[in-house]
Ligand binder design. Structure first.
Ligand code: SF4
Length: 209
């Protein structure tokens, strides 16, 4: 599926069989197709569902501040979520829903081909790194995969309510400019979105810090 097909299909999609019933509209994602930075959250929430755009409301304002703190406006970044539709009652998306929605994320990654993917929160971290450690264990590590750097960090929602987590998030974002400026990693690992490996592997650090 190419990007245009994915964008069109997601708006009418009911692949997962559940989240199409709890959404007002699908929130595909937005941003330039030549973005070097690609940010993936968990799922649309109330504000995103209402506006049809990713990262709105208080979480969106925090993300905007984090991006501005490293000299980036949101218009320069590709923004999306693991699943494109709001789960009911604010629950997290289920693995089957993330898997069903995976082709859209893969189409977005293929089209944008970013150098750096920021995975926000535990589910995005596990899905995008393929590792089973919690994000609190691997946040801030740089994981080269498929010619890109995956950078897991904490969720915006938790950071909104926990000053200590917000400070960690600010610290993690402050490392992104150096990563964006770095050469792409020459690894041959495959980005297995949403697939958990059978065995834990030690992360490979590219030696940037
Ligand atoms: S969450 Fe993804 S798979 Fe489920 S209905 Fe929405 S677009 Fe389709």
């Amino acid at each position: 599926m190419d990007f245009a097909e994915a964008q069109k299909e997601a708006l009418e999609c009911c692949r997962c069989g559940t989240l199409c019933h709890s959404r007002t509209r699908a929130v595909f994602g937005e941003g330039p197709l030549n973005a070097e930075l690609f940010v993936v959250g968990e799922a649309p929430g109330f504000n995103e569902d209402r506006e049809g755009k990713p990262f709105r409301g208080a979480s969106g304002m925090l993300l905007d501040r984090l991006l501005l703190s490293i000299g980036l406006e949101r218009e320069k970044v590709y923004l999306t979520t693991l699943v494109k539709c709001k789960p009911p009652e604010g629950r997290a998306p289920k693995p089957a829903e993330i898997n069903a929605c995976r082709p859209y994320l893969l189409a977005q990654l293929a089209a944008v081909d970013p150098k750096v993917i920021v995975a926000l929160g535990d589910l995005a971290s596990k899905s995008l790194t393929g590792r089973k450690e919690s994000v609190s264990r691997i946040r801030g590590r740089v994981i080269p995969l498929d010619g890109r750097y995956v950078f897991p960090t904490l969720s915006l929602v938790r950071a909104l309510y926990t000053p200590a987590e917000r400070a960690l998030l600010v610290s993690d974002f402050s490392r992104l400019p150096k990563l964006i400026a770095a050469e792409r990693p020459s690894t041959y690992g495959t980005l297995n979105v949403s697939r958990i490996p059978a065995a834990e592997r030690e992360p490979i650090q590219p030696g940037l810090w």
